[in-house]
Design a protein around this ligand. Sequence first.
Ligand SMILES: [Zn+2]
Length: 274
Amino acid sequence: MALDSAGGTSLLLGREDVPPVHEENAAGRSPYLLTSDHYGLLIPKCLGDLGLPESEWARHIAWDIGIAGVAEALSKQLGAHLIAQRYSRLVIDCNRPPAAPSSIPRISEATAIPGNQGLAPEAAEARRMAIFDPYHRRIAEVIDRRNAAGMPTVLVALHSFTPVYAGIARPWHIGTLYHRDTRLPPLLLKCFRAEAGLVVGDNEPYAVSDDTDYTIPVHGEARGLMNSGVEIRQDLIAEAAGQQQWADRLARILAEAEATLRAQQLLPAQSAYR
Ligand SMILES: [Zn+2]
């Protein structure tokens, strides 16, 4: 199959489709690099609606409700580079290894995805090359460029989670998700727990693993970056006001964490690269 993956165009994405990678604040000088794997709800035109009724597209299975607004506001407040992916996780999940069965889910929670049944290997490959690859290539390039410029990178992967999963209510307002990094996650947990009235998940509602995640293991852990996922409960950020509120809160907490990391010399003094 002749796919021009280098140019970000392919047989899957036509002229009327937008590129998968969305960026804010690419020149931002913050040590934080923000990613949003489940930012978008778009579907390539040629895939129609994947056979799902509109009611399913509004649900959490298709994207991380509310996180786009939080991510954009946070990027602006911190002066941090945000790299986000515009297509629905039902087209291809950018936080799953492409070989994982959940990469292009045939079923999500209890909903079968008709357009993902019996997919030929070439069709799965086309989704990877058109959407997954350019997104992750861009994250890798940006980290390379920052390293070359002597600019530190702390990777924060932004997500949101549904308040009820498989009939069980989730009590946490926010959670950190991590695996191998022992520097940033405990610091973030400490900051979150210092906030009045916040129910904080420590690797809840999910934990990061090499089999079920991609962004943190590949771009964070394998490259030795400090990193953590941050998951916010969707009912808190469904509207613009909540998104702004949580972006304000996260901006304050991440700034505090940054100051602590500098004091601990886990980040260089500001004058070293600003
Ligand atoms: Zn997510």
